[in-house]
Design a protein around this ligand. Structure first.
Ligand code: TTP
Ligand code: MN
Ligand code: MN
Ligand code: MN
Length: 365
């Protein structure tokens, strides 16, 4: 059995017939296989299969013990018929799982390039970033142009120190307009991760409605730092009917807040551990991916919960609300039939759901 992961061939010892390695990492073989299949079905827009495999992978990730043989897998929750079938296949055949993401990873790692575009480029015979850049028949979006321009910086992960420095810049810009503005780092960093692929922010004002237009003001304040931005504004107002029509199993929980996916320039001198660093070209800054989300105060707790992740945790929480409580949870609110259950804090939301409060650091599913 050979299982490849995103970036490299993992456990090459499998190929050498190292039985003990196979047995002690059975869990990882399965997990990788499930991840690959989840991605395959996401790509083919089969949500049911995709979620089934994501869940199975997540279950394996959460185990506190080591799976040593197939019997250990038998009683596990969330291993449905599809996943059981896959386990059987791995058990009895020699299977190689290669996901499209391994073929296309180089391209999908460019900011602004999704699987569809990556596949198109791959089919054209393109195999490297240089070939992509040199192909004059390609029409890049603004986002992709920025993605190519700042590729090396964006692909390198953001440290907590860098995130804090970006946080200070964003805070300063917001406070110049509203000294009471709340600026919170969400996403992986709020869950206590030391590195991330971007820095996520929730920004709001204590008074409902005062947040309107804040994003534009903040962006205009960041003239020096703003390398790229694409503000999202939704022309249609948000309504409960719309939430109800959107599937709660949506892979990406879209919301209708003012938001912006940006790239900011962070001076290395602002990061204490990197103060005197310059690269060979004398570049003394790093491009950092930043997500800014501006919910109104009455949605603040829901937006905070929704943007703190992890994605799997969000999916599971929404599914729990839906299946167990017959409620609808999303980034805007919690609805019991058509009643909006208000919440000032995340604790309130957990309480509405009848769940014990989980600290963000416990949401790394
Ligand atoms: P990410 O920033 O993609 O993920 P992360 O911060 O957990 O990890 P990374 O270090 O790779 O950045 O998303 C953060 C959370 O925001 C995630 O739970 C999903 C949520 N989210 C939405 O709710 N709606 C959106 O449109 C997007 C892009 C994210
Ligand atoms: Mn993030
Ligand atoms: Mn990410
Ligand atoms: Mn993000």
């Amino acid at each position: 059995v050979s299982v490849e992961s995103r970036h490299r061939l993992v456990y090459p010892t499998y190929k050498m017939g190292n039985i003990s390695v196979i047995v002690s990492s059975l869990c990882f073989i399965m997990q990788d296989a499930f991840d690959v299949l989840a991605e395959h079905f996401e790509f083919n827009e089969n949500k049911g299969h995709c979620l089934a495999f994501m869940r199975a992978s997540s279950v394996l990730k959460s185990l506190s013990y080591t799976i040593r043989n197939y019997r250990d897998l038998e009683g596990l929750a969330c291993l449905g018929p599809q996943t059981k079938a896959v386990i059987q296949v791995i058990r009895h055949c020699c299977v190689i799982f290669i996901s499209c993401s391994q073929l296309y990873f180089l391209f999908t790692s460019i900011f602004g390039v999704g699987l569809k575009t990556a596949e198109k480029w791959y089919r054209k015979g393109l195999r490297s970033l240089d070939e992509v850049k040199a192909d004059t028949s390609l029409r890049f979006t603004k986002m992709q142009k920025a993605g190519l321009l700042y590729y090396d910086d964006i692909i390198s992960s953001v440290s907590w120190e860098e995130a804090k420095a970006v946080g200070q810049i964003v805070k300063d810009a917001c406070r110049r307009f509203d000294p009471d503005a709340a600026v919170v780092i969400t996403g992986g960093f709020r869950r206590g991760k030391e590195f991330g692929h971007d820095v996520d922010f929730i920004i709001t004002t204590p008074e409902n409605g005062k947040e309107v237009g804040l994003l534009q003001k903040v962006l205009s304040e960041l003239t020096y730092q703003l390398l790229y931005h694409r503000p999202h504004s939704f022309s249609h107002p948000y309504s409960i009917a719309q939430v109800c029509s959107e599937s709660p199993t949506n892979l990406m929980s879209m919301d209708h807040f003012e938001k912006c996916f940006a790239i900011l320039k962070l001076k290395k001198e602002l990061v204490s551990s990197k103060q005197s660093e310059k690269d060979i070209n004398g570049k003394d800054w790093k491009a950092i991916r930043v997500d800014l989300v501006i919910p109104p105060m009455n949605c603040y707790a829901f937006a905070l919960l929704g943007w703190s992740g992890s994605r799997q945790f969000e999916r599971d929480l929404r599914r729990y609300a839906n299946v167990e409580k017959k409620m609808l949870l999303d980034n805007h609110g919690l609805y019991d039939k058509t009643t909006f259950l208000s919440a000032k804090t995340e604790e309130d939301i957990f309480a509405h759901l009848g769940l014990e409060y989980l600290d963000p650091s416990e949401r790394n599913a």
